[in-house]
Design a protein around this ligand. Sequence first.
Ligand SMILES: C[S@@+](CC[C@H](N)C(=O)[O-])C[C@H]1O[C@@H](n2cnc3c(N)ncnc32)[C@H](O)[C@@H]1O
Length: 475
Amino acid sequence: MEWPRAVSRFATFVERRLGLAPVPNGGRELEALLAEKSARTSLEAYLDRLESAGPQDAELRVLAERLTVGETYFFRHQAQLQALVGEVLPQVQRGGKPARVLSAGCSSGEEAYSVAILSRENPLVEPERLFITGVDVNPRAIERARRARYAAWSLRSCPEALRERWFHTLPSGDFEPRPSARERVVFEERNLLEEDPVFWAPGSFDVILCRNVTLHFTAEVTRAVIARLERALTPGGVLLLGPSETPRGFSESFEVLQAGEAFYHRRRTAPAPSGPPEPPPLAVRAPRAAEASASVPSAWSPKPSSHEPPGMDGAWRLLEEERYAEAQAWLEQLPEADREQSSARLLRAVLHFQSGHFPEAERVAESLVATGRAEAAVYYLLGLCREQAGDDGGARHRYARAVHLEPTFALGHLRLGILARRAREAMPARVALRLALTLLAHEQPLHLTLFGGGFGRHGLMQVCQQELRACAEVP
Ligand SMILES: C[S@@+](CC[C@H](N)C(=O)[O-])C[C@H]1O[C@@H](n2cnc3c(N)ncnc32)[C@H](O)[C@@H]1O
């Protein structure tokens, strides 16, 4: 069998059974995987066997493990989770009813535990009538969710007070949610594409979170999955999607609701009214990498530079939407010369950092410093890497350099303030945090995207205020 035909058959299989859309220039990963998998047998035999595999087939599970993107962290899109526990769950539980919550595409469990923890924090939610189920197609992710041991990186957006209240620190330095945060949460391995009339029975859930999952799917798969989730939701039930996902164009059955900065979708109890369509509530799905590479002017683009590869703007946008694999694929398809431009190297460093490859992130950022033209963001990233290495002194030095180069860099002041507070230096901590609070209102969107840890402007301002309050406790 010819190689290109085998690759295309393999890609079609992955799309049909796992839903994963082909990533432009991500074919190389699929090719490498196919080469590895078919090393001991003929291509034809491997693909034939795969195509007849049942839902629980070991090979399909291995592919799910290798090909899915499991990026997640505690309290991701926190404004939306606050709306869930502050408004939606108390309403569902009114009249003594239980609230059944599904985290569909739960990865290693951070999302499900975040809902449990925030619910425990909110006196309006009754914990004994809350039931949270997390499902994911990746067996390794489900194993990790059940084991519930998390590195500090998974808690990067977790306010310190919550960390202290809800997590044990293990001797290894990892964190484990306390039993009261775990007792209402169960996990199971499940493919959202596989029919199961019992699990997906109509009205089985009051709330479904399916965040940052459909953005890896083709439109056809997204439509089918949204239809399944819609049926499984009780009428009036709520669907929470990621910031770049929407049911619009896939289903008429949801109305959009806003709570503060967050949006969610309520399954209508009556058919949609005819008339003009709802205004788009969410960020429109960003262009796929191929479109992104056609230079799209954008209001929020970083400092424009004549030395930027074309399409850089779209690549930052992919990052904003946490479509890391696509941003990586975009980088890889750049011609060598473009790949070495400063902005492309910064993107590479940030992607390494986002995937937890801190030494690589640091190496790429240092290579930018060596050019003598590193901007504040590069020093900030180096500061984050030093913090990860446990070198707070080195981190402070890098953050200081970042705010020296760009005095209005709010996040630089914020990290300086947090580190000073940790070092029990109350006065410099207060000065830096107050400055950060003022500057955050005007922080560049790019900085928030790259380094805000998913918090958003408002969330970061809250962090600043919490830190200022904590300063008052420093003797
Ligand atoms: C980017 S993570 C999102 C995790 C979490 N919802 C969040 O927003 O932080 C996407 C998850 O969806 C899962 N996933 C992808 N395709 C799936 C499918 N067909 N069925 C179930 N889970 C799937 C992946 O394994 C991955 O863990």
